[in-house]
Design a protein around this ligand. Structure first.
Ligand SMILES: [Zn+2]
Length: 309
């Protein structure tokens, strides 16, 4: 029997590279894109805390052309946490909150409140309105960028609300990303739990973790290195040079790396898993071209195609 190896990305490489960048900070995203784009590095911008009102819809599409847009929840809120009794005030917030759990009506939307945290005033809402705001964010994304599969990225990381987590899992998101670097803890495998995945490295770990990724041995499985998490992090830390170095070293190397958005990596893995292999034939029932080898010979399986062995 011939040896079939399905575990390749486009270009017959095992390793993929992507990024996940939050908040839609246009000024900083521009600096970020200007650095990574010439090197063919792709990824996903997670947007929700602005309302697509700084550019025209055409302007947004041109700005983020070639990248994926994911849902970062409109208004970028926290959610009422499990086990906390909030004191709801129907008035704008004073300079300082009256008590730790006091929340004040926000003028921006009904059902939206403001809560004082150590780092200042932030938006917060209840579970029902949180779901509403994620749906409004999805609607805005589709309005501006067109119909597409949409992933979700928690503002402020995964929130402490079991009910919200369960409800979000029922929403039509292909994946849900939380916060925190996994580094190489999962062997640079494509995240197995798509309801609670996270990135490998943040801006300060980018160079060290990407070096581990480059050196990571080929174990015959598909690998991914995904870094984050805000473009402004590079500005605040003064380390745009790290991103430049990463782009120079890891970009434009299609013989080693596949550059993709987050959704493209997950979709590609699904397509690989959907291939059927028998003694006589290999069948690709998906809409995605899949790259395989048969006894070492490279075969590109077009969408909905059959290869007779
Ligand atoms: Zn954010």
């Amino acid at each position: 029997m011939k040896r079939v190896d399905k575990n390749y990305f486009p270009g017959w490489v095992r390793k993929s590279i992507s990024f996940t960048i939050d908040d839609g900070n246009l000024e900083m995203d521009k600096k970020f894109i200007d650095i990574v784009k010439p090197y063919g590095i792709k990824g996903t911008f997670n947007i929700g805390n602005f309302h697509f009102d700084k550019l025209s819809p055409e302007g947004y599409r041109a700005f983020y052309e070639g990248y994926e847009i994911a849902n970062h929840c409109k208004y970028h809120p926290h959610v009422f946490a499990d086990g906390v009794e909030y004191v709801i005030k129907d008035e704008p917030h004073p300079e300082h909150a009256e008590s730790e759990n006091a929340v004040y009506a926000s003028a921006q939307a009904k059902g939206l409140f403001e809560k004082e945290y150590v780092k200042g005033w932030r938006k917060i809402t209840d579970v029902k309105n949180y779901i509403r705001f994620t749906r409004e964010c999805t609607a805005s994304i589709k309005e501006v960028f067109g119909a597409q599969k949409i992933g979700f990225v928690w503002p402020f990381g995964r929130q402490n609300s079991a009910e919200l987590f369960e409800l979000l899992k029922k929403e039509p998101f292909y994946a849900m990303r939380q916060t925190g670097s996994t580094k190489d803890a999962q062997g640079f495998n494509i995240p197995a739990d798509r309801t609670a995945w996270s990135y490998n490295a943040n801006h300060s770990e980018l160079l060290s973790v990407s070096e581990s990724f480059a050196a990571y041995p080929d174990d015959g499985t598909l690998k991914a290195f995904i870094f984050g998490v805000h473009s402004v992090d590079f500005e605040r830390s003064g380390n745009w040079c790290d991103l430049e170095k990463f782009a120079r070293e890891f970009g434009n190397r299609p013989e080693e790396y596949w550059y993709a958005t987050n959704v493209e990596i997950f979709d590609y893995e699904d397509a690989v898993n959907a291939l059927t292999v028998t003694d006589e034939k290999i069948e690709n029932p998906t809409d995605i071209a899949v790259y395989i080898t048969v006894d070492g010979e490279r075969i590109k399986m077009e969408p909905h195609s059959v290869y007779m062995i």
